[in-house]
Design a protein around this ligand. Sequence first.
Ligand code: ZN
Length: 575
Amino acid sequence: MVIVRNSVITLHTLLKKRYFHFLCSAWLAISFLSMAHMSHAQPNPDIKLVLQITVDGLRADLLNRYQASFVEGGFQYLQQNGTVYANAHYLHANTETIVGHTTLSTGAHPAMHGMVGNVMLDKAAGELTYNIEDPDAPLLPTREDVISGEQVDPTQNLARTKGRSPKAILVPTFADGLVAFYGGKPKVFGVSGKDRGAVAMAGHSGKAFWYSTDNGDFITSRYYYDKYPNWVKAWNAQRKAEKFSGGKWALSAAKSSYLLADQDDRPYEVDLRGYGRTFPHQFGGENSKLLYTQLLVSPVGDQLIADFAKTLIDSENLGKNTVPDYLSVSFSSVDATNHFFGPSSLENEEVVRQLDRTLADLFNFVDKSVGLKHTLIVLSADHGMADLPEYMSELGYAAGRLDPDEIVATANKIGQQLGIDEVVHFFFRPYLYLNDDKIAAAKLNHVDVEQAIANALTDFEGINLAVSTSKLAIEQGGPLHEQVRHNHHQARSGDIYVIQEPYWFLFDEGPIAAMHGSPWRYDTHVPIMFAGGDIKANKIHRLVHPIDVAPTITSFLGLSPPAAAQGNPLVEVLE
Ligand SMILES: [Zn+2]
């Protein structure tokens, strides 16, 4: 509308100068062009801040289950003022955190952006590696007296160093494109409870901060900074996380007000050594090695992330620039809570209820600081979540857990039949990596070995399909093959992709209870919501995909899509 209005003003002004005939046709031409363009995106000069929220592990249907408990201004702000996509599904097979976040930020499949799993093969080193590990970008310490917390994330335990950077992300992100488009002017930040949730979204040009489970500080690496900005030092000096030591996570309302009130004490939930299976959960003391992990497994984690994000908005003057700034906030407590108690637990209901309040508070802050009208808010999730196999068995489903050692033993047995001793190099779900040297030494065809093992694993109870990834290039296959293909990167993926049956897990009982990472619908289903500017309230039931998110943001702002984006702009956001 702006362009048409300007044209009219120009016409009136110039009419006085009697250039009527020329201008009449020029005006028509301009108006026509404007109208033609209006059906597409216009650069949106009113947007000062792009706030991209990712709720780690928020399966889309959980919002429907807890809808009645939401307050004004949180999820409801997006639902009542924004365009909501009710059927958004990832198209890749390995629905894990780094994979989903990078798909959201780049608009590309993992086959293209290269982040095929939380754990990937480093071909040069011949070892498995943690996704954003970078020995050249060591962590920037915040204090001298760091107590090293106990690491319960098994993927983090595979990292050889504490260095982190976005170097392994092979293609540009939306935020990278924003910075390039506006000549370096936009300020770009990523904040999360997890390193990978921050780094994947900040891209190569932005700055990332994440929560440390060692000490509750927000930390970064030398990729981003040589020393901490003063406002970060000041935030960390307040030791906001430590104040919860010795405290409790209690329900915020009467137990009877919860839909899942009777889903608290379930024998298959995991007690994080003293944290307990039931409310109230007891936080560790000051010197506890698990205190800062426990805070993440409670609403406190998300509250700390939001508090840090608000301080960042204020201190870095986000939304006060001549061009749009970008802030990604990835909330981690829903995922963490799901892993220990499952997505159909009372803990899950409480943590989502509290996240809703945290979002309402954050949106209220953004409204006062930038104005919600001037803020494009995009909310999604990096993956969904499976319910616990034990819970699903109780309900009559066929469900179970697979022992990774048995998978490896089965594969090695096939190898032995072919004359190779210990053919498996590594197994880290979902990929099985074979020992290329041994296969070559035995003068066997690699694809034939892969296929023989894949056939044997497909017959295994609890495994739906094992795919020889070498065969993907030459065979069409079915929908599951397509999801594995979207996940396949030549240098990083393994030789055989193992897909469990629905509600089966590729790990045994252990330190965590529930898992995501499958290609099944409960793991691929995530919310996608857009609000701000002139976006209308709308609920769309058409099937869409998280690869569409980055191209939609770029269309909304009038930029080209990120270089490797494979999704399409969601037209309802742009109309
Ligand atoms: Zn995740």
